[in-house]
Every structure is written in C-alpha cells, then in structure tokens.
Design a protein around this ligand. Structure first.
Ligand code: BDR
Ligand code: CA
Length: 308
C-alpha cells in the first residue's frame, strides 16, 4: 500500500462534515489520526455527539475524538441550523455512540499529536478556525510541526454564503480566521467557495444512490442529504468539507494562487476574505471538479451520473 497521509480533522459536524469524515475513512491513502470538534454548524456538544455517532456508524468508533472550542474567540456562537437542521445532521437520527471523548481538549490534542509526529500530520479544518487559532496562540511553533494545514473557508473572488461578503466558517469566527491567515503558517491552503461551489452532489445522483443503497457510507450520505433534496427541494448540495479532505490527500486537485489574505472583523463586512497581494497562503481558485466528484462517489459508494 502507498504511504498514507496522517490527518487530523477539525470539525463542526454538520452535514458536509459527516460526508468529509466518510471520505477520509473511505480513502486508503489517509490515516485518520484524530478528530477534534468545535462549535459551528451547531453547538459543540452536538458537533461532538454527531462526530462520535458518524464514526460509530462507519465502524471506526476507536478514532480518538477531542472536544474543542465552545464559542468563537470574541463573539457569541451563531449556528447554521437554518441549513444543517437543529441536530446538525439534516434531522438524521443516528444511533448514539458509546464512544468517549479524549481527556485533552481539541487545541491541546492538535499540539500534542503534532509534537509526537513532527513534520508528518496534515491538519484539515472544516469549521470555524477557533481551535487552530487557540493552538497557534499557545504553540506558535505548530506551523513547523505540521506537514500542512488545509482550511475550508473563505470566499475570495466570489460572493459569500452567509452574507454577500462572507463564507460561514470565516463569518462564524472572523477574529480566529484573521489570526490564522496572518500567522505565517508555512503550508496553509484555503479551500473557499471559489472552488467548493464547483463541487456539488446532484439530486439525480442522490436519487439513484437512494434506490440502490447498501454501503454504510452511502446510507449515511443519503440520510443526511434527504432533507435538503426532499423537503427543501434543492437540486444540488455543495461538497465544501469533502473537497478540503480530498485536497489534503491530493493537492493537485486544485490550482492555487500564493496570496496574503485580510479578514474583515468589522460588523458591516464581517468575515470577508480578501486577497491583498502575494503571500504565503495558497488560495484555491480552480478545481478539477470531475476528478474530485468521481473519487468522492467511488469512495462513498455513491451512484455517480456522468455529466451531473
Ligand atoms: C462551511 O460552512 C459549514 O456550514 C459547512 O459545514 C462548511 O464547513 C461552508 O461554508
Ligand atoms: Ca463544516
């Protein structure tokens, strides 16, 4: 087997976080070292319970899970239940997991694991950047201990999805995002709406998968997206977090621009991410969507209709 990439997923599970966990677990080139959680799409108690339940559903309830930040650095928590439902999983009730959370909290676990395996781990942040900002504050050397950091966040040359200006993960904790993007992390990739809005799971593919569903990952994907397709009548749902996982394992899926990024923290343009010149963050501006979608479908045993 080729060498596996050790990854930590920092999640606010969340519909597409659940799909990202399934993609990581279904990818033979990934070694899922641990999962850290935080408040985002729903509160941290729920994102942690959802994460444990998803891992148990996928048969990997021994993966270490560490609960992290319960609120943004400087603001009250604002959730995204308008999209992910009150339970965060589109109303899907998974069997509760008997799994437990680790003794150390999310940021502490990230630092400990990075120190245990210097230069090996890729951290993939799929929620607000609170845990990473705290970890960088406590251990500024973190950037040299990690092989890389991939962040799902930002809307650089496209409109936002919470406001005209802002993407949800950056909007939720703009101070954390501002700290992370100005931290000088040596290997930081931003997967924003510029590319995730090119990668969607279509309703026709969802329907075809539902008709033939068998595999646990496919059952999970069908269940968590049911509300979006059936109750809300959407024709597609974006694969934000799965794309970030896929890029962590195969950076060639995207084409990046080396950029310096400013994050707005004032109320009017809260969470706006702007490229202000050349810099050390790799901002993804183009994606091989078809290659990603084929891989995503294959790894989760989904029915992929060419040309969807
Ligand atoms: C991001 O916001 C969350 O709602 C999703 O899980 C994803 O991480 C997309 O803007
Ligand atoms: Ca997320």
């Amino acid at each position: 087997m080729p060498e596996r990439t050790p990854i930590i997923l920092d999640v606010d599970t969340g519909i597409d976080d659940a799909l990202a966990l399934a993609l990581a677990l279904g990818s033979p080139e990934a070694e899922l070292v641990a999962v850290t959680t935080l408040a985002g799409n729903v509160g941290v108690e729920a994102t942690t319970a959802n994460t444990l339940a998803v891992l148990a559903w996928l048969g990997l309830d021994e993966t270490p899970v560490h609960r992290g930040a319960s609120r943004p650095l400087a603001r009250p928590h604002r959730d995204a239940t308008y999209f992910h439902d009150a339970n965060g999983l589109g109303g899907t009730e998974l069997p509760a997991s008997s799994g437990t959370v680790g003794a150390d909290r999310g940021p502490a676990a990230i630092i400990r694991l990075a120190r245990e395996r210097p230069g090996e781990i890729v951290l993939v942040c799929l929620g607000p950047l609170t845990n990473l900002a705290i970890a960088l504050n406590v251990a500024p050397e973190l950037g040299t201990l990690l092989r890389g950091v991939v962040v799902m966040g930002g809307a650089f040359e496209v409109p936002g999805n919470v406001t005209l200006h802002a993407e949800f993960n950056v909007f939720a904790d703009p101070e954390a995002a501002q700290q992370v993007f100005s931290s000088g992390l040596p290997s930081l990739t931003a997967i924003g709406l510029d590319v995730t809005h090119q990668t969607a799971w279509s309703r026709s593919s969802w329907e075809a998968t539902r008709a033939a569903v068998g595999d646990p990952a496919a059952k999970l994907a069908v269940a968590v997206c049911r509300q979006a397709f059936e109750d809300r009548g959407l024709t597609q749902t974006y694969l934000h977090d799965p794309l970030a996982v896929a890029v962590a394992l195969d950076p060639d899926l995207v084409r990046n621009e080396d950029a310096a990024i400013a994050v707005e923290t004032d109320d009017e343009r809260r969470g706006k991410t702007e490229i202000i010149g050349p810099g050390s963050t790799q901002v993804a501006l183009a994606v091989d969507a078809e290659r990603f979608l084929r891989r995503f479908a294959e790894r989760l045993s989904l029915h992929y209709l060419v040309g969807d």
